[in-house]
Structure formats: structure tokens, C-alpha cells
Design a binder for this molecule. Sequence first.
Ligand SMILES: [Zn+2]
Length: 321
Amino acid sequence: MSIYPWQRSSWVEVFSNKLKMPHAYILHGAQTLEINKFADELIKSVLCSKTNKEYFACGKCQDCLWSKTNHPDLIRVINNSEEKNLKTDILKVDDIRGAKDFLQTSSHQANGKKIVSIYGADRLNIQASNALLKIVEEPPDNSLIIFTVNKLNNLLPTIISRCRLVSFSKPSKDDAIEFLKQTDNAEFIDNLSLYNNLPLELINDKEMLTSINIILVELKKGQEIDLMKVNSAWLNNGLAWIINILQKWTYELLLSKLTQGYSFFPKDIEVISKLALRADLSKLLTYQKTLNTIKSYPQIAINKEINLDSVMIEYKKIFSN
Ligand SMILES: [Zn+2]
């Protein structure tokens, strides 16, 4: 099985009646990699001639081998425009017409499906979106059209109304912990909160965790922080990255001071509560404001090193009398 454990119910839902699959699906969720993975598995399954009883592809038949490269019954379009609000016409109207014609032809497999899969269908400009609509309008019987989207509102309502919607949510904390255990990443369970309980993001970021821990060693010293240890290596991942850590850390101090609660750093809760007792509330709040301001600076206008030094000097002051 190669979908993620927390996608199982969606898988069961999609295959609840394989003989009566709709012509078009919209796979919708915030986690792009996860929904794309689900789409890939769905495509492999539909093309495979020897799926198992849970409808997962066998991985060995001729269709599975073709799926890995080019399957004659599949067109896959990946919209790589990662920038959030950038809509592209990467999918040209001609491509869409091509996809529409492709769906009209008979399938290579006897009684098989013709599949058009478009990843990132929500990041298309209006011409491309209108062309998409043409694909889902009255597709031939053996068609399967799959869109993956982060922002459902970016799709035309007339497209949405013609598709079966499958929504994906984040894994529960228990699912996330179980997944880390199963993938030999149990040692990072305590860091999950730092990644909003998203285990894939944590695993992708494993190398960064070492850097985070080096920084935390210093932050835990509070007023005794060794400013000589603050060095340019802290900035290897960018100023925004370290400001983000400082924001989470000071948020934790604030939470501990006001409510004895904790959120991001569960394994450090003892150190945090001791530090929180020594922290001055108004200085802590001012510091958080400063971090927000720095984060909003235009990237180009800052001298990163000078900024980081002053940021750490201000951090030290939170604990002074
Ligand atoms: Zn197969």
C-alpha cells in the first residue's frame, strides 16, 4: 500500500463502487504532496489489470510498468507554479483540446479507461480554466478525469459541479505518531508539534531539526545566552526561518507564563516554565512585536547578520531585571 494511512477512508470511499466510478474527481486538500500521491495511486489502480482485493495496483503487470513511464491510456499534466497566487496558462488551450480528443479515442486496454490527470488545476488562468470546463462537459463513458487542487474556490463552480469531490484533511496526532514509528522516525515524535503535526513535513525537514536543536540549546539559557555562539551558521536557512523559530519559542514562553500550557516544544516544558517565570511579560510582548516587524521587512533591505545579533541581544533582555 502506498497511500498514507490517514487517506484510507478516502480510498475506500473512491472504490466503494468501482464499476460506477464518476467521470471526474477533484482531490482537494492543503497538502499538495499527499494529494498528488493519492492521485498517482488512484491512476495506477485504475490502469492495473491485476489489482488486489483492496484495489491497490500490483506493480508488476504490463499496465503497471507503463504507468511508471508512459501509459497509452494516460495523460498527466503537472502545473508546477508553486507561488501561491500565481496562476499560469501552462496548460494551453491546445493542450486541453488535445486532452479532450485523447478522451474520445478508444482505450488501449479492452474496456479500459482513458485518464487525464491535472495536478494543480486551481492555479490556472481563466482561459485555461474555461478549457478545463470543456473536458468535464460530457466526457465519453470510459473517461476518468482527475484534478488535484489546494484551493477549491479557484476552480470554476461549473467545473466543481461536474466532479465528485474528495477532500483530504491533516492526519490526527495519533496517525502522525504512528506514521513516524512505522517509517523509522520515532525519534522525532517530540518535534511533531513544531510541524503542526504534519509528519511528512517533519520528515522532509529532518536535517533542519539538527540546526533547530543547536539554536534551542542557546535559547534555553535565557539571560545567560552566549552571544558568541550566535553566528552566521544560524542564518543558513534564512532569516525568516530563524525568526519563525524564535516566534514559536517566545510564544511558548508566553503560553507558559499566562496559562502554564504548552504547544510546540513538549519535551522542553520544564525548561520553558522556569524561563517563563523569569521573563518579564511586557518585554516578552514587545519582543514578539519586534519579531513580527522584522519578518515583514523586505528581504533585500536587511543586513542579516547585524539584525540577528540585535535580535538575540533583545532576547537576552527579556530576562533581565
Ligand atoms: Zn498491475
